[in-house]
Design a protein around this ligand. Sequence first.
Ligand code: PEP
Ligand code: MN
Length: 522
Amino acid sequence: MIIVLKQGVEEYRVDELKAWIKDKGLSINPIYGTEKTVLGIVGDTSILSISEVEMHDAVEKVLKVQEPFKKANRKFHPENTIIKIGDLEIGGKELAIIAGPCSVESEEQIIEIAQKVKKAGANMLRGGAFKPRTSPYSFQGLKTEGLKLLKKASEITGLPIVSEITNINHIDVFVEYVDLIQVGTRNMQNFELLKELGKIDKPVLLKRGFSNTLEELLMACEYIMNEGNQNIILCERGIRTFETFTRNTLDLSAVPALKRLSHLPVVVDPSHGCGMAWMVEPLAKAAIAVGADGVIIEVHNNPAKALSDGPQSITPAEFSYLMPKLKEFAALNDRHISISHTVAYAGTPGSFANEAAEKAFPNSAITGFEHFEDVFDAVLKGRAEIGIVPYENSLAGKVNEVVETLKDHKFEIVDRIKIKINQMLVAPSGTELSSIRKIYSHPKALQQCKKFLSSIPNCKIIPYSTTSAAAAAVAALNDQCSAAIASKTAAKLYRLEILKENIQDAEENYTEFVIFRAKNNK
Ligand code: PEP
Ligand code: MN
């Protein structure tokens, strides 16, 4: 039941009303809005008659709350709740970008990932230390040691941390080390754990159970809130359906539904939602489009070797490539992601341009754009201070498009960097060289490998926007007759096998990249 109080009513009349309600064994949740004050009444309100309450001097009107969840209900708290974690406010205009590995595996691993995701724009670090694995024979996490390593990564980067709790006895250690306590899908209805988490004031990230309804999620939330802790963030992470292509079915309708039913922030976990690294990008975009207050994304420095959830983890490079795209989606919904992309390069993660950008600017936020025009545009519009584009290759000559654009008086070249180019023939594992019928790559890379290509009979050559995009396409095709010409890094990134190394026509093969900025942007 919700009691809306009259505006400007004397304090003593409100106290009288509260005492009368409390006498009946009900509890009161006052919410002070900008215009009105309402009292949320929790307990068996059937003992109160609406007309009797309405007769009280302090009361303007009485509303019945039909739903079984009360404190999480938007009717109790019409305004959005904002959860503060350090400087971060979740549920406001700024989106929560939570990134990190499924499991903390070592000090070097968590610190490297933390630094990279921070540079790319994450505002919170994730990492599992107590892992609830389906098999008892799988890696179970570094436990308290893992939490200590997370804390260390947090101290180095300034990122707050979230980690999953699985046992009521660990609450003290979680309160000591983490900023946000995650309750995972398998524990959403561990009511004893929820009640204990209600007695502390550390924020809780409550994930939806994989077979639970939204009402059950909100009732689980009620278990925590009813004990006092109101700092809860809800999380949609995919549910079990008859579909088996994806690991789970990400229920994006949960976001607008939960935002309507409840005042609490809602974030989306696209990684567990689909179980496949390549699907994280479209689902993260969709999550932001449907109004999520943030995303939680698994990022691993070497997904192929990850101790848990490697297939759904994206690399730090892929994450940095995704962030500016998410920022644009956020802006369409009047939301914000703070990232400063100071360096824009023409290429995708794993491309030689990515390597050149990392080498020239090891400590900057760098962002890849698939097309040259987008790099020039980003620099002109001030979205990036610096641009890096390939200018000339020792075997294939100048990149005419770039040479022409840089003649424009709007740009000035500030530096150049040369990278040794070793081209690899890469394909999904198990592909035989003799079965290859199509080879994808950037025209300049194809040109650098003319001799090798002429040695492959009956093969169609397909030009592609970048070498790494060609590698990504071949990985997605996975048809045992397509290959790409790309770098070793791209092969690793897209989990492709190297069928033949150094296939460029000459051992000495270099590309010169130019580093430029806009003339009025000194
Ligand atoms: C996780 O975040 O790594 C995890 C185990 O999540 P979920 O509970 O959603 O499976
Ligand atoms: Mn995981």
